[in-house]
Design a protein around this ligand. Structure first.
Ligand code: SGN
Ligand code: CA
Length: 515
């Protein structure tokens, strides 16, 4: 891919970003926002994937070749529900109220979201796939969503309030519904469609044609596969998300030993969740066993993502065949990043790079030249104002993110220089300590709180794998002070100034919440 290292904006026709198009329905772009669950940037070819040799995502890569790839798009709370709530509201978790998946109140759906605003501005709107915010979606002419996390096979849908069981593979079914709606939509209006795949989320069940696709490949290991968590023992070293100990037989598709009854077999398939010992064979142990688990895990993950990529290709073909590919903004995004063996992990949640960064690709031939690479720091609270901006609708005043659509108009403004982050869900799943912090272009400062009080700081330029905590390093004292000031200023700016007691109230989980 022939990339430029800065934005090349290409508006053939200059336009004003707010209110430009209200009176000219023809000119308003359509929006397709594709959100995959846990599809991480380092597994996408266009981002320079470790798995490049198997060409994991040719169709998604094409979106980047024909559009803009954001290298520094970040999540502000790296789990599903909170990320989704931030994406649609343009607000941080503490402000939209949906700060964790487990044990949180349902999303308050009376809040303003970008689909509601586009609907109010004359768009026809629809939502398909994983919603995960519990409350009834608002602002959509039509919706068909999974119940909770959803299932790979034979999913139960809630379609405009009606619940029923379907037959088939969720990735394909979700795209089928989207294409049917595109065919039957009100063609007098511009449209906004949210297409949210459940894949490639745990438990990584590939469709049969891809089950063995990578059997003959040995996937490369990430540099930090054998991280010993030196200088980070209480934080990175204290999780329940290691490849070595916490993947289950169910995750790795290892059948239960013979002789177990159904209940026992089910229990066996979840062994490992809390580090219980299990082994798939008598011959594997130690590092070889860890490597075997990684291979099984990553291959299934990439196989489920390949089905998503196929459906992206199918959708793009539909747009082309129907003359919609020029003035439809197609965004490809993952709800957060994910660990594919880095630091020895699966899952997400941490403010470390792999899970904080999100894939974010925008294709819009009318305004964006192909192979554009954007290095600006942007976060998921900026997506709503930016999408609205691209559609010529002024963002709601309550949105905390910024409108970055100026990147596509040639009138680039100065955007923020740091991203604020706050993660709450603890202790399950995966026992990741609550933390908040700030990431600038070069540095990261993190405070892990709740029942510990630990600060970490990284020089990402010198230490991109974040292995050396330099918080206490005197050479970095001045940088640390300035990051601390920036962090405090962001907390005041965004209104996240709660006391530890308030954090505790938001963070405390009961065992019964673990559903
Ligand atoms: C499930 C998974 C967890 C995962 C959460 C949140 N366990 O609970 O591993 O962290 O979802 O994921 S599972 O055994 O039920 O698959 S999120 O992407 O929805 O935030
Ligand atoms: Ca997710």
């Amino acid at each position: 891919m022939n990339k430029t290292h800065y934005l090349i904006p290409l508006a053939a026709i200059p336009f004003t970003l707010t209110g430009c198009c209200h009176n000219n329905k023809e000119a308003r772009p359509n929006v397709i926002f594709i959100l995959s669950d846990d599809h991480t940037w380092q597994s996408i070819g266009a981002y320079g994937s470790l798995y490049e040799s198997v060409d994991p995502t040719p169709n998604i890569d094409r979106l980047a070749e024909e559009g803009a790839l954001f290298r520094n798009a970040f999540c502000t709370n790296s789990i599903s529900g909170p990320s989704r709530a931030s994406i649609i509201t343009g607000k941080y978790s503490h402000a939209n109220g949906f700060f964790k998946n487990v044990g949180a109140a349902p999303f308050d759906s009376t809040q303003i979201t970008f689909p509601i605003m586009l609907h109010d501005h004359g768009y026809t709107t629809a939502l398909f796939g994983k919603w995960h915010l519990e409350s009834t979606p608002q602002g959509f002419d039509h919706y068909k969503i999974h119940v909770g996390q959803g299932q790979y096979w034979d999913p139960v849908w809630i379609e405009d309030g009606e619940r029923y069981k379907d037959k088939g593979y969720a990735t394909t079914l979700t795209a089928d519904s989207a294409l049917e709606w595109l065919e039957s939509r009100d063609k007098e209006k511009p449209f906004c469609m949210l297409l949210h795949f459940k894949a490639p989320h745990r438990p990584w069940n590939p469709e049969p044609k891809y089950e063995h696709i990578y059997d003959n490949v040995t996937m490369p290991y990430p540099e930090t596969f054998d991280d010993d968590y030196d200088t980070r023992e209480q934080t990175a070293g204290n999780t329940e998300m290691t490849i070595e100990h916490h993947l289950t037989p169910g995750d790795l598709k290892v059948p239960a030993p013979e002789g177990l009854n159904a209940m026992e077999a089910k229990k066996w398939s979840t062994l490992g969740q809390k580090g219980e010992f299990w082994t798939p064979s008598d011959t594997l142990s130690g590092h070889a066993l860890k490597q075997w688990k990684y291979q099984r895990y990553v291959k299934d993950y990439l196989a489920t993502a390949k089905s998503v990529d196929d459906q992206v290709g199918r959708l793009m073909q539909y747009l082309k065949d129907n003359g919609l590919d020029e003035n439809t903004i197609v965004i490809y995004c993952g709800d957060q990043g994910f660990y594919l063996g880095e630091h020895g992990w699966f899952d997400k949640r941490f403010m470390y790079e792999e899970s904080m960064r999100m894939p974010f690709i925008v294709r819009w031939p009318e305004k964006i030249r192909g192979n554009t690479e954007i290095l600006d720091l942007i976060s998921n609270v900026d997506f709503a104002p930016t999408i609205l901006g691209m559609c010529g609708v002024a963002p709601d005043k309550g949105m905390q993110g910024e409108d970055y659509s100026d990147l596509f108009s040639g009138k680039k403004k100065d955007h923020k220089q740091s991203i604020y982050y706050h993660y709450y869900e603890y202790p399950f799943w995966h026992h990741v300590q609550p933390h908040y912090g700030i990431r600038t272009e070069r540095y990261k400062l993190i405070h892990f709180y709740y029942d510990i009080d630990v600060w970490e700081m990284y020089d990402i330029e010198k230490d991109p794998n974040e292995l050396h905590n330099i918080y206490g390093d005197p050479e970095y004292a001045a940088v640390r002070d300035s990051l601390m000031q920036d962090l405090e200023a962001r907390q005041v700016q965004y209104g996240d100034t709660g006391s530890l007691d308030e954090f505790r109230a938001m963070t405390d989980l009961k065992e019964s919440d673990n559903k």
